[in-house]
Design a protein around this ligand. Structure first.
Ligand code: ZN
Ligand code: ZN
Length: 558
């Protein structure tokens, strides 16, 4: 800001303080040096006798991110004074827009003033509609553009990816390669990598990495961090560690991606070691990486280490513990069976616990079959939100776990009365880029009978080897065999049977599941991994499970 004052003093001394171009220079300097001193920038702007398009663009740009309302009123002022907007003006105003109505008005003004063939303005519109989730409007603009540039493609790919259309984002990326006019840059590739992460498609991910390298793109902090996250979400620990080691520069986000990856893959000790290494490298931990470290402790059952990290949040790292940090501690204590301590911890929290914290404790009480605590916690949750289906399912499982079938039935009835339905479990099996989908209890696949026969026969032979179906995961009080039979249909079991029948030569089977894996399927997978000598990698809602030779990487903490 000192430079700004100096220039202003100089202008006053030399009598140039009323000269429009000098004031504009001062305004530019102010916006560049002190982007947060917006009121000062506005007062400078007010001193320009008749601001032109350039001056308006400068002041609108300064406001478009942090103060969108001001950006709009400045644009309105520009229109009232008949200052013509140019192709820089519209993307700036669009950036400030956050409702569809405003977008429509700007869109029609853009058409009226003849900017519809301006790539820069149209890209602004794609980004605008994309940021609000109106993918179809963005796509229409993209498709109708007679000429486009790399930014148009990147914006459209990012719009599709950010709105959950991962397949379509990758499809458009492919189309961009076929069109062959533009070479993808870092921005394009970050969106593409993110789309692959959401799909969890490892082979495709490896191809994308080789594409990045073939095209001579540098392994920047952003690109490398995106690749680490992608490999972690595709289930390949070796790959993300390799990318991390190859990166010439890293920031806290890079380390966070690495520690998150190690955490969800059950490598708690390594995560803690890497956290120490990061601190030694001179980087200051922020609240997000601390959360990742706590998750790593929780997934690895490292209670003492977790407590130590939690205690240092304020003392050592000068960070105020957030609700999420408290939630992680509840998870850590709860998973390890320290239920009473976890309950006391929640009651003594200086921040009001939210529903997520209580739900974490409910999950832990159910897992450790503590029905009394589960009921107590359920009451607390009910006060906050009466409609969440997960709590009903958990509570009914808790009753089932200790054989309280009447109570369990009551919970189920009240669920039905409130029309709360359980989300069906589904699993995705990815083989050679083709994704096969399985839904729990679904018999519609052409191979259904073959898969079921196969399941019956392997469950039979696994029983001989000591596998005992864990029936507490089933939802009704029915005969043991029937419970076991209906467990046989959980989507990950269907997926694994399908893989064993159809892909006999595969050493590794990768499955993605939308819900948390149940105790029985977890136990089943362990047996399968030993009997068939396969590595089974399952990504469930919370984390990864690597099953090899009869055990799982999560060491049964999940
Ligand atoms: Zn299951
Ligand atoms: Zn596991």
């Amino acid at each position: 800001m000192n430079n700004v004052y100096k220039l202003q003093a100089h202008l006053l001394k030399t009598g140039l303080h009323n000269d429009p171009s000098s004031i504009h220079r001062l305004l530019l300097l102010c916006v560049a040096c002190a982007p947060h001193s917006l009121s000062y920038a506005r007062s400078l702007f007010a001193h320009i006798p008749s601001p032109d398009t350039l001056a308006f663009n400068t002041i609108i740009r300064a406001h478009s991110h942090s103060s969108p309302l001001h950006a709009f009123s400045l644009f309105a002022l520009m229109r009232r004074r008949f200052v013509p907007p140019d192709h820089y003006t519209f993307p700036l105003v669009l950036k400030a827009g956050s409702c569809l109505q405003v977008g429509f008005e700007l869109h029609s003004l853009i058409m009226k003033l003849g900017f519809h063939s301006d790539i820069y303005v149209m890209n602004g519109l794609i980004n605008f509609y994309g940021s609000l989730g109106y993918v179809e409007f963005a796509r229409q603009i993209f498709d109708e553009m007679t000429v486009n540039d790399l930014v148009s493609w990147s914006s459209m790919i990012s719009c599709l990816n950010n709105n959950g259309f991962c397949y379509e984002a990758l499809g458009l990326f492919k189309q961009m390669q076929i069109a062959g006019n533009f070479k993808a840059d870092e921005v394009t590739m970050v969106s593409v990598i993110s789309a692959v992460s959401s799909l969890g498609a490892l082979e495709l991910g490896r191809w994308i990495e080789s594409f990045v390298r073939r095209n001579g793109l540098k392994l920047t902090v952003q690109l490398g961090t995106a690749l680490i996250d992608m490999y972690s979400r595709c289930g390949s620990v070796d790959d993300f560690i390799r990318v991390f080691e190859e990166m010439p520069d890293r920031n806290v986000l890079t380390w966070t991606a690495l520690i998150n990856g190690l955490a969800v893959h059950g490598r708690g000790r390594e995560a803690l070691r890497m956290f120490d290494e990061m601190k030694e490298s001179g980087l200051q931990p922020d609240d997000i990486i601390i959360r990742a470290v706590l998750v790593a402790c929780s997934h690895g059952g490292l209670v003492a280490d977790g407590r130590q990290v939690f205690d240092s949040i304020k003392n050592e790292y000068n960070v105020e513990p957030t609700l999420e940090h408290y939630g992680c501690m509840v998870d850590l204590l709860g998973r390890s069976g320290l239920l009473n301590e976890a309950f006391e911890f929640v009651e003594k929290m200086p921040i009001r616990p939210n529903i997520v914290v209580w739900r974490t404790l409910l999950g832990a009480s159910v897992n450790h079959k503590n029905v009394d605590l589960a009921e107590k916690v359920r009451e607390k949750i009910y006060e906050l939100d009466a409609s969440h289906d997960g709590d009903y399912v958990l509570l009914s499982n808790a009753y089932g776990g200790v054989g309280k079938w009447v109570e369990k039935a009551e919970v189920r009835t009240s669920m039905r009365e409130k029309r709360i339905s359980k989300k069906p479990g589904c699993s995705f099996l990815n083989v050679d880029g083709v994704i096969h989908e399985f839904v729990s209890g679904d018999n519609s696949l052409p191979e259904s009978d073959e898969i079921k026969d196969f399941l019956v026969s392997i469950i039979g032979s696994l029983r001989v080897e000591g596998y005992l179906p864990c029936t507490t995961s089933v939802l009704h009080d029915i005969e043991e065999e029937e419970k076991e039979h209906s467990l046989g249909y959980h989507s990950e079991k269907l997926a694994i049977a399908f893989a064993l029948v159809n892909f006999k030569g595969r050493k590794t089977i990768r499955i993605m599941k939308n819900l948390r894996i149940c105790h029985d399927c977890h136990c089943f997978m362990k047996h399968i991994s030993r009997k068939f000598n396969r590595e089974i990698i399952i990504r469930d809602r919370n984390r990864f499970h690597h099953f090899t030779n009869g055990s799982c990487s999560c060491q049964d903490f999940w």
